[in-house]
Write a protein that binds this ligand. Structure first.
Ligand SMILES: NC(=O)c1ccc[n+]([C@@H]2O[C@H](COP(=O)([O-])OP(=O)(O)OC[C@H]3O[C@@H](n4cnc5c(N)ncnc54)[C@H](OP(=O)(O)O)[C@@H]3O)[C@@H](O)[C@H]2O)c1
Length: 388
Protein backbone atom coordinates (compact mmCIF):
# COMPACT_ATOMS: atom_id res chain seq x y z
CA UNK A 1 0.00 0.00 0.00
CA UNK A 2 1.30 3.48 -0.83
CA UNK A 3 1.70 6.30 1.68
CA UNK A 4 -0.52 9.24 0.69
CA UNK A 5 1.21 12.61 0.92
CA UNK A 6 0.20 16.28 0.56
CA UNK A 7 2.83 18.91 -0.22
CA UNK A 8 2.06 22.37 1.22
CA UNK A 9 4.48 24.78 -0.44
CA UNK A 10 5.18 22.35 -3.30
CA UNK A 11 6.98 24.99 -5.38
CA UNK A 12 9.49 25.99 -2.67
CA UNK A 13 12.85 24.54 -1.75
CA UNK A 14 11.37 22.02 0.75
CA UNK A 15 8.42 21.23 -1.52
CA UNK A 16 10.57 20.58 -4.59
CA UNK A 17 13.03 18.37 -2.71
CA UNK A 18 10.13 16.39 -1.24
CA UNK A 19 8.51 16.08 -4.68
CA UNK A 20 11.81 14.69 -6.04
CA UNK A 21 11.82 11.91 -3.42
CA UNK A 22 8.13 11.14 -3.91
CA UNK A 23 8.41 11.11 -7.72
CA UNK A 24 11.44 8.79 -7.51
CA UNK A 25 9.41 6.24 -5.48
CA UNK A 26 6.04 5.92 -7.27
CA UNK A 27 5.40 2.52 -5.68
CA UNK A 28 5.79 3.96 -2.18
CA UNK A 29 3.92 7.29 -2.40
CA UNK A 30 0.79 8.76 -3.93
CA UNK A 31 0.13 12.51 -3.78
CA UNK A 32 -3.22 13.83 -2.59
CA UNK A 33 -2.64 17.58 -3.08
CA UNK A 34 -0.01 20.20 -3.83
CA UNK A 35 -0.18 23.92 -3.00
CA UNK A 36 1.64 27.19 -3.71
CA UNK A 37 1.21 30.92 -3.26
CA UNK A 38 1.28 32.34 -6.79
CA UNK A 39 3.74 30.25 -8.90
CA UNK A 40 1.07 28.70 -11.13
CA UNK A 41 3.43 27.17 -13.70
CA UNK A 42 5.66 25.61 -11.08
CA UNK A 43 2.62 24.31 -9.19
CA UNK A 44 1.22 22.73 -12.35
CA UNK A 45 4.61 21.10 -13.00
CA UNK A 46 4.71 19.76 -9.42
CA UNK A 47 1.15 18.42 -9.77
CA UNK A 48 1.96 16.68 -13.06
CA UNK A 49 5.28 15.29 -11.85
CA UNK A 50 3.82 13.88 -8.63
CA UNK A 51 0.47 12.86 -10.25
CA UNK A 52 -1.35 14.84 -7.56
CA UNK A 53 -5.15 14.71 -7.34
CA UNK A 54 -5.62 18.37 -6.39
CA UNK A 55 -3.63 21.60 -6.89
CA UNK A 56 -4.49 24.69 -4.82
CA UNK A 57 -3.02 28.14 -5.35
CA UNK A 58 -3.48 30.82 -2.68
CA UNK A 59 -3.43 33.86 -4.96
CA UNK A 60 -6.70 33.95 -6.89
CA UNK A 61 -5.15 36.03 -9.68
CA UNK A 62 -2.91 33.03 -10.50
CA UNK A 63 -5.87 30.66 -10.94
CA UNK A 64 -6.32 31.13 -14.68
CA UNK A 65 -2.65 30.22 -15.32
CA UNK A 66 -2.95 27.10 -13.17
CA UNK A 67 -6.20 26.04 -14.81
CA UNK A 68 -4.70 26.50 -18.27
CA UNK A 69 -1.55 24.56 -17.41
CA UNK A 70 -3.63 21.65 -16.04
CA UNK A 71 -6.35 21.64 -18.70
CA UNK A 72 -6.85 18.25 -20.32
CA UNK A 73 -5.63 16.46 -17.17
CA UNK A 74 -7.74 14.93 -14.42
CA UNK A 75 -6.06 17.10 -11.77
CA UNK A 76 -8.63 19.20 -9.93
CA UNK A 77 -7.58 22.79 -9.18
CA UNK A 78 -8.80 25.69 -7.05
CA UNK A 79 -7.62 29.07 -5.77
CA UNK A 80 -7.70 31.17 -2.60
CA UNK A 81 -6.52 30.71 0.98
CA UNK A 82 -9.52 28.45 1.64
CA UNK A 83 -8.49 26.19 -1.25
CA UNK A 84 -5.05 25.78 0.38
CA UNK A 85 -6.78 24.93 3.67
CA UNK A 86 -8.94 22.41 1.85
CA UNK A 87 -5.84 20.81 0.32
CA UNK A 88 -4.29 20.60 3.80
CA UNK A 89 -7.48 19.05 5.23
CA UNK A 90 -7.92 16.28 2.66
CA UNK A 91 -7.18 12.85 4.10
CA UNK A 92 -3.47 12.05 3.67
CA UNK A 93 -1.11 9.91 5.73
CA UNK A 94 1.55 12.62 5.69
CA UNK A 95 1.41 16.36 5.09
CA UNK A 96 4.62 18.25 4.37
CA UNK A 97 4.34 21.69 6.03
CA UNK A 98 6.65 23.49 3.59
CA UNK A 99 5.03 26.93 3.37
CA UNK A 100 7.33 29.71 4.48
CA UNK A 101 6.41 32.04 7.35
CA UNK A 102 3.21 32.71 9.30
CA UNK A 103 1.16 32.07 6.13
CA UNK A 104 1.80 28.38 6.82
CA UNK A 105 0.05 28.39 10.20
CA UNK A 106 -3.60 28.03 9.13
CA UNK A 107 -2.94 25.26 6.56
CA UNK A 108 -0.63 23.42 8.98
CA UNK A 109 -3.29 23.56 11.72
CA UNK A 110 -5.84 22.25 9.20
CA UNK A 111 -3.49 19.35 8.46
CA UNK A 112 -3.08 18.76 12.21
CA UNK A 113 -6.88 18.62 12.59
CA UNK A 114 -7.05 16.02 9.79
CA UNK A 115 -4.93 13.71 11.94
CA UNK A 116 -2.09 13.33 9.43
CA UNK A 117 1.57 12.93 10.34
CA UNK A 118 2.98 16.44 9.89
CA UNK A 119 6.44 16.70 8.33
CA UNK A 120 7.19 20.04 9.94
CA UNK A 121 9.51 22.38 8.03
CA UNK A 122 7.44 25.53 8.63
CA UNK A 123 9.04 26.37 11.99
CA UNK A 124 7.36 29.81 12.08
CA UNK A 125 3.95 28.12 12.51
CA UNK A 126 5.08 26.36 15.69
CA UNK A 127 6.95 29.42 16.99
CA UNK A 128 3.97 31.75 16.45
CA UNK A 129 1.35 29.39 17.88
CA UNK A 130 3.49 27.64 20.55
CA UNK A 131 1.45 25.95 23.31
CA UNK A 132 -1.77 26.43 21.33
CA UNK A 133 -0.22 24.52 18.39
CA UNK A 134 0.84 21.75 20.77
CA UNK A 135 -2.65 21.54 22.23
CA UNK A 136 -4.11 21.20 18.73
CA UNK A 137 -1.69 18.33 18.04
CA UNK A 138 -2.67 16.75 21.37
CA UNK A 139 -6.39 16.92 20.47
CA UNK A 140 -5.92 15.11 17.13
CA UNK A 141 -4.27 11.90 15.95
CA UNK A 142 -1.56 14.02 14.28
CA UNK A 143 2.09 13.39 14.99
CA UNK A 144 4.88 15.91 14.37
CA UNK A 145 7.86 14.59 12.42
CA UNK A 146 10.40 17.43 12.35
CA UNK A 147 12.29 17.81 9.06
CA UNK A 148 14.49 20.78 9.92
CA UNK A 149 17.82 18.93 9.88
CA UNK A 150 18.71 19.81 13.49
CA UNK A 151 15.29 18.86 14.89
CA UNK A 152 15.14 15.75 12.76
CA UNK A 153 18.52 14.81 14.24
CA UNK A 154 17.31 15.42 17.81
CA UNK A 155 14.03 13.57 17.16
CA UNK A 156 16.00 10.53 16.00
CA UNK A 157 18.37 10.67 18.97
CA UNK A 158 15.59 11.20 21.51
CA UNK A 159 13.72 8.15 20.23
CA UNK A 160 16.67 6.08 21.49
CA UNK A 161 17.45 7.80 24.81
CA UNK A 162 15.28 7.47 27.97
CA UNK A 163 13.82 10.95 28.77
CA UNK A 164 15.12 10.76 32.36
CA UNK A 165 18.67 10.65 30.97
CA UNK A 166 18.39 13.83 28.87
CA UNK A 167 20.12 16.88 30.39
CA UNK A 168 20.63 19.19 27.40
CA UNK A 169 20.06 19.48 23.68
CA UNK A 170 22.52 21.05 21.24
CA UNK A 171 21.56 22.64 17.93
CA UNK A 172 24.28 23.52 15.45
CA UNK A 173 24.33 26.36 12.91
CA UNK A 174 26.65 26.80 9.94
CA UNK A 175 27.11 30.49 10.80
CA UNK A 176 25.87 31.57 7.37
CA UNK A 177 27.63 33.74 4.79
CA UNK A 178 28.75 36.40 7.31
CA UNK A 179 30.49 34.19 9.88
CA UNK A 180 33.28 36.26 11.46
CA UNK A 181 31.83 39.65 10.34
CA UNK A 182 31.66 42.46 12.91
CA UNK A 183 28.44 44.39 13.61
CA UNK A 184 29.99 47.36 11.77
CA UNK A 185 30.78 45.30 8.68
CA UNK A 186 27.22 43.91 8.69
CA UNK A 187 25.73 47.43 8.38
CA UNK A 188 26.50 47.52 4.66
CA UNK A 189 25.90 43.93 3.48
CA UNK A 190 23.39 43.49 0.64
CA UNK A 191 20.52 41.04 0.11
CA UNK A 192 22.50 39.50 -2.75
CA UNK A 193 25.43 38.72 -0.39
CA UNK A 194 23.07 37.52 2.34
CA UNK A 195 21.32 35.08 -0.02
CA UNK A 196 24.60 33.27 -0.85
CA UNK A 197 24.60 30.57 1.80
CA UNK A 198 27.88 28.63 1.95
CA UNK A 199 26.26 25.21 2.63
CA UNK A 200 22.49 25.02 2.29
CA UNK A 201 20.28 25.92 -0.66
CA UNK A 202 16.91 27.24 0.50
CA UNK A 203 14.15 29.82 0.02
CA UNK A 204 14.90 33.53 0.34
CA UNK A 205 13.47 34.12 3.81
CA UNK A 206 15.19 31.11 5.31
CA UNK A 207 18.48 32.19 3.69
CA UNK A 208 18.27 35.67 5.26
CA UNK A 209 17.28 34.11 8.60
CA UNK A 210 20.39 31.94 8.40
CA UNK A 211 22.54 34.99 7.69
CA UNK A 212 21.19 36.92 10.74
CA UNK A 213 21.05 33.78 12.98
CA UNK A 214 17.33 34.53 13.48
CA UNK A 215 16.93 31.06 11.97
CA UNK A 216 18.77 29.53 14.92
CA UNK A 217 16.62 31.66 17.22
CA UNK A 218 13.47 30.30 15.58
CA UNK A 219 14.93 26.79 15.81
CA UNK A 220 15.71 27.25 19.50
CA UNK A 221 12.04 28.13 20.13
CA UNK A 222 10.95 25.29 17.81
CA UNK A 223 13.09 22.82 19.80
CA UNK A 224 11.56 24.07 23.06
CA UNK A 225 8.01 23.36 21.81
CA UNK A 226 8.89 20.11 20.04
CA UNK A 227 10.93 18.49 22.79
CA UNK A 228 9.57 20.24 25.90
CA UNK A 229 12.98 21.46 27.04
CA UNK A 230 13.57 24.81 28.81
CA UNK A 231 15.55 27.56 27.08
CA UNK A 232 18.62 27.13 29.27
CA UNK A 233 18.81 23.40 28.43
CA UNK A 234 19.15 24.07 24.68
CA UNK A 235 22.63 25.09 23.51
CA UNK A 236 23.39 26.57 20.12
CA UNK A 237 26.83 26.25 18.54
CA UNK A 238 28.33 27.42 15.28
CA UNK A 239 29.69 24.50 13.28
CA UNK A 240 30.68 25.77 9.81
CA UNK A 241 31.00 22.30 8.24
CA UNK A 242 27.39 21.34 9.16
CA UNK A 243 28.18 17.67 9.71
CA UNK A 244 26.92 17.41 13.30
CA UNK A 245 23.27 18.53 13.28
CA UNK A 246 22.14 17.86 16.81
CA UNK A 247 23.48 16.41 20.05
CA UNK A 248 21.89 15.12 23.25
CA UNK A 249 23.91 15.54 26.45
CA UNK A 250 22.96 13.06 29.17
CA UNK A 251 23.09 13.39 32.96
CA UNK A 252 25.68 10.60 33.17
CA UNK A 253 28.16 12.71 31.19
CA UNK A 254 27.77 10.89 27.88
CA UNK A 255 26.65 12.66 24.69
CA UNK A 256 25.05 11.35 21.52
CA UNK A 257 25.48 13.22 18.26
CA UNK A 258 23.75 12.90 14.89
CA UNK A 259 26.17 13.29 11.97
CA UNK A 260 25.41 13.30 8.26
CA UNK A 261 26.16 15.19 5.10
CA UNK A 262 24.41 18.59 4.98
CA UNK A 263 21.55 17.49 2.75
CA UNK A 264 17.87 18.20 3.42
CA UNK A 265 16.97 15.09 1.43
CA UNK A 266 18.19 12.97 4.34
CA UNK A 267 15.76 14.38 6.90
CA UNK A 268 12.94 14.65 4.34
CA UNK A 269 13.45 11.00 3.31
CA UNK A 270 13.61 9.92 6.96
CA UNK A 271 10.26 11.57 7.70
CA UNK A 272 8.63 10.46 4.43
CA UNK A 273 9.58 6.81 4.92
CA UNK A 274 9.12 6.90 8.73
CA UNK A 275 8.73 4.55 10.52
CA UNK A 276 10.35 2.39 7.86
CA UNK A 277 13.96 3.00 6.89
CA UNK A 278 14.80 5.57 4.22
CA UNK A 279 16.83 4.38 1.19
CA UNK A 280 20.60 4.01 1.72
CA UNK A 281 22.81 7.05 1.16
CA UNK A 282 26.54 7.82 1.37
CA UNK A 283 27.71 7.91 5.04
CA UNK A 284 30.36 10.28 6.42
CA UNK A 285 33.84 8.99 7.13
CA UNK A 286 35.99 9.81 10.16
CA UNK A 287 38.15 11.71 7.69
CA UNK A 288 35.18 14.04 7.05
CA UNK A 289 34.63 14.43 10.78
CA UNK A 290 38.27 15.39 11.39
CA UNK A 291 37.39 18.78 9.81
CA UNK A 292 34.76 19.65 12.43
CA UNK A 293 35.05 23.02 14.20
CA UNK A 294 32.74 24.37 16.91
CA UNK A 295 32.48 28.04 17.92
CA UNK A 296 30.26 29.97 20.30
CA UNK A 297 27.80 32.21 18.44
CA UNK A 298 28.80 35.88 18.33
CA UNK A 299 25.60 37.42 19.69
CA UNK A 300 27.15 40.93 19.69
CA UNK A 301 27.34 40.88 15.89
CA UNK A 302 24.25 38.62 15.50
CA UNK A 303 21.84 39.68 18.28
CA UNK A 304 18.82 37.86 16.79
CA UNK A 305 19.78 34.64 18.58
CA UNK A 306 20.05 36.46 21.92
CA UNK A 307 16.66 38.11 21.27
CA UNK A 308 15.07 34.72 20.57
CA UNK A 309 16.45 33.36 23.86
CA UNK A 310 15.09 36.27 25.80
CA UNK A 311 11.71 36.02 23.98
CA UNK A 312 11.49 32.35 24.94
CA UNK A 313 12.36 33.16 28.57
CA UNK A 314 9.74 35.97 28.64
CA UNK A 315 7.04 33.74 27.15
CA UNK A 316 3.57 35.16 26.40
CA UNK A 317 3.43 36.74 22.94
CA UNK A 318 7.21 37.36 22.78
CA UNK A 319 8.15 34.27 20.68
CA UNK A 320 5.31 35.04 18.23
CA UNK A 321 6.35 38.69 18.01
CA UNK A 322 9.97 37.61 17.46
CA UNK A 323 8.91 35.59 14.42
CA UNK A 324 6.36 38.07 13.03
CA UNK A 325 8.67 41.10 13.41
CA UNK A 326 11.52 39.16 11.80
CA UNK A 327 9.31 38.20 8.86
CA UNK A 328 8.26 41.82 8.26
CA UNK A 329 11.83 43.10 8.54
CA UNK A 330 13.28 40.37 6.29
CA UNK A 331 10.80 41.26 3.56
CA UNK A 332 11.84 44.93 3.85
CA UNK A 333 15.54 43.99 3.75
CA UNK A 334 15.00 41.86 0.63
CA UNK A 335 13.21 44.83 -0.96
CA UNK A 336 16.23 47.00 0.02
CA UNK A 337 14.05 49.24 2.19
CA UNK A 338 16.15 48.66 5.33
CA UNK A 339 19.68 47.49 6.09
CA UNK A 340 20.75 44.10 7.47
CA UNK A 341 21.19 45.24 11.09
CA UNK A 342 17.77 46.93 11.03
CA UNK A 343 16.29 43.42 11.11
CA UNK A 344 17.43 42.74 14.67
CA UNK A 345 16.85 46.36 15.71
CA UNK A 346 13.20 46.05 14.66
CA UNK A 347 12.73 42.65 16.35
CA UNK A 348 14.04 44.19 19.57
CA UNK A 349 11.68 47.20 19.28
CA UNK A 350 8.66 45.03 18.46
CA UNK A 351 9.21 42.70 21.43
CA UNK A 352 9.66 45.68 23.76
CA UNK A 353 6.48 47.31 22.38
CA UNK A 354 4.43 44.12 22.82
CA UNK A 355 4.96 44.33 26.61
CA UNK A 356 3.54 41.43 28.59
CA UNK A 357 0.87 40.41 26.04
CA UNK A 358 -0.44 36.86 26.25
CA UNK A 359 0.45 34.35 23.55
CA UNK A 360 -2.02 34.28 20.62
CA UNK A 361 -4.69 31.60 20.99
CA UNK A 362 -6.33 31.74 17.58
CA UNK A 363 -5.81 32.81 13.98
CA UNK A 364 -7.61 36.12 14.59
CA UNK A 365 -5.19 36.93 17.43
CA UNK A 366 -2.24 36.08 15.17
CA UNK A 367 -3.66 38.37 12.47
CA UNK A 368 -4.06 41.16 15.07
CA UNK A 369 -0.43 40.71 16.16
CA UNK A 370 0.68 40.85 12.52
CA UNK A 371 -1.31 44.07 11.93
CA UNK A 372 0.05 45.68 15.12
CA UNK A 373 3.64 44.75 14.23
CA UNK A 374 3.22 45.98 10.65
CA UNK A 375 1.97 49.33 12.00
CA UNK A 376 4.93 49.55 14.35
CA UNK A 377 7.28 48.82 11.47
CA UNK A 378 5.79 51.64 9.39
CA UNK A 379 6.29 54.06 12.33
CA UNK A 380 9.78 52.81 13.20
CA UNK A 381 10.93 52.97 9.62
CA UNK A 382 9.64 56.52 9.02
CA UNK A 383 12.31 59.02 7.92
CA UNK A 384 12.15 60.71 11.35
CA UNK A 385 12.68 57.54 13.41
CA UNK A 386 14.44 55.31 10.87
CA UNK A 387 15.70 51.92 12.05
CA UNK A 388 17.44 51.46 8.71
N1 LIG B 1 14.76 25.20 2.48
C1 LIG B 1 15.32 24.57 3.46
O1 LIG B 1 16.40 23.99 3.31
C2 LIG B 1 14.65 24.53 4.81
C3 LIG B 1 15.24 23.77 5.83
C4 LIG B 1 14.57 23.68 7.05
C5 LIG B 1 13.39 24.34 7.27
N2 LIG B 1 12.86 25.11 6.26
C6 LIG B 1 11.59 25.80 6.51
O2 LIG B 1 10.64 25.34 5.56
C7 LIG B 1 9.74 26.38 5.21
C8 LIG B 1 9.79 26.56 3.70
O3 LIG B 1 11.09 27.00 3.36
P1 LIG B 1 11.58 27.05 1.84
O4 LIG B 1 13.02 27.36 1.92
O5 LIG B 1 11.15 25.82 1.13
O6 LIG B 1 10.76 28.33 1.31
P2 LIG B 1 10.50 28.78 -0.18
O7 LIG B 1 11.48 28.15 -1.11
O8 LIG B 1 10.41 30.26 -0.16
O9 LIG B 1 9.05 28.16 -0.51
C9 LIG B 1 7.91 28.63 0.17
C10 LIG B 1 6.69 27.88 -0.34
O10 LIG B 1 5.55 28.40 0.35
C11 LIG B 1 4.61 28.94 -0.61
N3 LIG B 1 3.99 30.13 -0.01
C12 LIG B 1 4.59 31.28 0.34
N4 LIG B 1 3.70 32.16 0.83
C13 LIG B 1 2.50 31.55 0.79
C14 LIG B 1 1.16 31.94 1.10
N5 LIG B 1 0.90 33.17 1.58
N6 LIG B 1 0.17 31.05 0.92
C15 LIG B 1 0.41 29.82 0.43
N7 LIG B 1 1.65 29.39 0.09
C16 LIG B 1 2.67 30.23 0.27
C17 LIG B 1 5.46 29.29 -1.83
O11 LIG B 1 4.67 29.39 -3.03
P3 LIG B 1 5.21 30.27 -4.30
O12 LIG B 1 6.32 29.48 -4.92
O13 LIG B 1 4.02 30.37 -5.18
O14 LIG B 1 5.67 31.58 -3.74
C18 LIG B 1 6.42 28.09 -1.83
O15 LIG B 1 5.76 26.97 -2.35
C19 LIG B 1 10.20 27.62 5.99
O16 LIG B 1 9.44 27.72 7.17
C20 LIG B 1 11.64 27.32 6.34
O17 LIG B 1 12.08 27.95 7.50
C21 LIG B 1 13.46 25.20 5.05
Amino acid sequence: MTTSVTLLGATGSIGRQTADIVAAHPDEFSVVAVTAHRSSQKLAEAALRTKAGFAAIADESAYRGLQKALSGTSIECAAGDQAVIEAASRQADKVVAGISGTAGLAPTLAAVASGANILLANKEALVVAGEWFRREVGKSKARLLPVDSEHNALFRLLEKIPPSQVAKLVLTASGGPFLGFSADALESVTPEQALKHPIWSMGRKNAIDSATLANKGLELIEAHFLFDMPEDAIETWIHPQSLLHGMVICHDGTSFGHFSRPDMNLSLAHALFYSDSAPASEPLSLHDLSRCEFLEPDTAAFPALRLARSALRSGGAAPAVFSIANEIAVEAFLAQRIGFNAIHRFIDQAIAASGAQAAPQGLDEVAALQAETTRLFAQSNSPARGIA
